[in-house]
Design a protein around this ligand. Structure first.
Ligand code: G1P
Length: 287
């Protein structure tokens, strides 16, 4: 079955980036010259996704506007002869009707945010992308996962190994290897203390989920941090369905973290011929 919809939970307040995020959505923070959210949306479209579902909150209008046309801007670029920029600005606007948004009225957690998409997603498997997890890779991670889904026909989460002391920041898997890329999940625990973590295999923000997940998300059970957790609902889903972890190919940057965000900027800037040399020259002066 083809995965056509991707859900993007973008309702978070972004308190870690205050004051930058006081009046601006954290997903609009740029990595080089593109907002974080645009990387994730482009990844979804290049993986064949047809509809983008934003789970927003108050104060996130800029994010919706970003994917809409701006006739004034287009007009200005046109009369100034900035044709390349104009082309780029037009290109980032998806076909009419492909962006859907709904609001998460209360900040009850990631699981609750995904549950808000239940009627939009309906009875089909779907993808979830957490834009904070920016992944630099040759093949977009969601495409890598789609390929696995074709074979496995079950829910899949992207995973990577983290340092043992970091387990408290992630959903952690108890899993057995199927091969060197795929593991079969026995249990999932959200943000366990290192001494309670069953492994150091952490969930990274890319998921392919079967629609049965909504049955468990709808139970509104609070978990780690007093929030409704997607990880807990996935753990419950294991009662009736298999879940797999996929060790993706790529470098992941945690853009929800100040240092991770700067690293992402550096890594993506170094891939740009127009920036790379200036940056390298400056970095050398710091050493
Ligand atoms: C969320 C998930 C967690 C996952 C992480 C990946 O946590 O709840 O399971 O490991 O994203 O970035 P958050 O970072 O929103 O606290």
């Amino acid at each position: 079955m083809k995965i056509k919809k991707a859900v993007f939970p973008v309702a978070g307040l972004g308190t870690r980036f205050l004051p930058a995020t006081k009046a601006m959505a954290k997903e609009m923070l740029p990595v080089v010259d593109k907002p974080i959210i645009q990387y994730a949306v482009e990844e979804a479209f290049s993986a064949g996704i047809e509809q983008i579902v934003f789970i927003t909150a108050r104060g996130k209008i800029a994010l919706i506007n970003h994917f809409d046309r701006s006739f004034e801007l287009e007009h200005n670029l046109k009369i100034k002869g900035k044709h390349e920029l104009l082309k780029e600005i037009k290109k980032l606007v998806p076909k009419t009707g492909t962006i859907i948004h709904t609001r998460q009225n209360e900040p009850l957690g990631l699981g609750h945010a995904i549950w808000c998409a239940r009627d939009i997603v309906g009875n089909e498997p779907f993808a979830v992308l957490l834009a904070d997890d920016l992944i630099k890779s040759d093949v977009p991670v969601l495409s890598q996962m789609m390929k696995k889904f074709t074979k496995l026909q079950s829910s899949i989460v992207a995973v990577m190994e983290v340092e043992k002391h970091q387990t408290e920041q992630y959903g952690i898997l108890d899993a057995v290897p199927i091969n060197n890329e795929v593991v079969k999940v026995n249990a999932l625990i959200e943000k366990p203390a290192p001494e309670k973590a069953p492994s150091n295999l952490a969930i990274i923000g890319r998921y392919i989920l079967t629609p049965e997940i909504f049955n468990y998300l709808g139970k509104n059970k609070k978990g780690a941090g007093g929030e409704i957790q997607l990880t807990d609902a996935m753990h419950s889903l294991l009662k009736t369905q298999s879940i797999f972890g996929y060790k993706f190919k790529g470098e992941r940057f945690d853009c929800g973290d100040k240092a991770g965000f700067q690293m992402a900027n550096l890594a993506f800037a170094m891939e740009r011929e127009d920036i790379k040399n200036k940056l390298l020259k400056y970095i050398k002066t710091l050493g």
